[in-house]
Design a protein around this ligand. Structure first.
Ligand code: AP5
Length: 187
């Protein structure tokens, strides 16, 4: 079993790398952002979710944690998980630890994709031309970064204390970043 968190600011490349690594290592890719967007498109809670996403704020834990726990429970027989954009605050991190422990699993690494804000904003603006994501606009991106700084960044210390944190340079090309990650995971 290999269980990884992929961490980093908006636009750092979490989703891109999580998908590539999940394919390579046959892991289950759990993206809280994607789960929320699926619920937004098909579920009853769409309007509630959209309100938070469009404001660049975190969707309430009560909703997000439940969705992620369900996705984990459905895949406990698989070779492992890669969590993308989750956890986003201490409450979610503690909840993830508990759920993994209950399933007799543990986190093996937290990969922190490092990218400066300007480069990340450029990437998101570019993606916004085709993504159809209503939060890929300049005003919401600013709010997403603020939420990241205030709510999510403090988690780095939580994982550093557990010796799980590995920093990854998010600036090179997609395939270069994947190479760096694979090298670390093979160690
Ligand atoms: P979420 O969907 O998680 O968005 P995010 O964290 O803001 O991250 P992004 O998807 O924008 O970026 P990414 O790091 O995945 O980069 P990507 O690979 O796409 O969350 C959206 C919202 O949902 C939140 O604001 C919140 O409201 C809610 N939410 C989600 N999770 C939550 C949680 N746990 N709790 C509460 N609320 C939650 O890459 C970006 C672009 O760059 C792409 O176009 C890509 O092709 C390109 N790119 C990637 N890598 C490279 C590279 N190396 N070089 C050049 N371009 C690259």
């Amino acid at each position: 079993m290999l269980n990884i968190v992929i961490f980093g600011p908006p636009g750092a490349g979490k989703g891109t790398q999580a998908e590539l690594i999940a394919n390579e290592l046959k892991l289950i890719h759990i993206s809280s952002g994607d789960l929320l967007r699926q619920e937004l498109a098909n579920g009853d809670l769409g309007q509630e979710i959209k309100k938070y996403q469009d404001a660049g704020e975190l969707v309430p834990d009560s909703l997000v944690i439940k969705m992620v726990e369900k996705a984990i429970a459905q895949n406990l027989d698989k070779p492992g998980f890669i969590f993308d954009g989750y956890p986003r605050n201490l409450n979610q991190a503690v909840s993830l630890d508990t759920v993994l422990k209950t399933g007799r699993l543990e986190l093996n690494a937290v990969l922190n994709l490092e990218l400066d804000e300007q480069e990340a904003v450029n990437r998101i603006i570019l993606r916004g031309q085709t993504s159809g994501r209503s939060d890929d606009n300049e005003e919401t991106i600013k709010a997403r970064f603020q939420t990241y700084q205030e709510k999510t960044l403090p988690l780095l210390d939580y994982y550093r204390r557990q010796n799980l944190l590995v920093n990854i340079d998010g600036r090179p090309t997609i395939s270069e970043v994947t190479k760096q990650i694979m090298k670390i995971l093979k160690k």
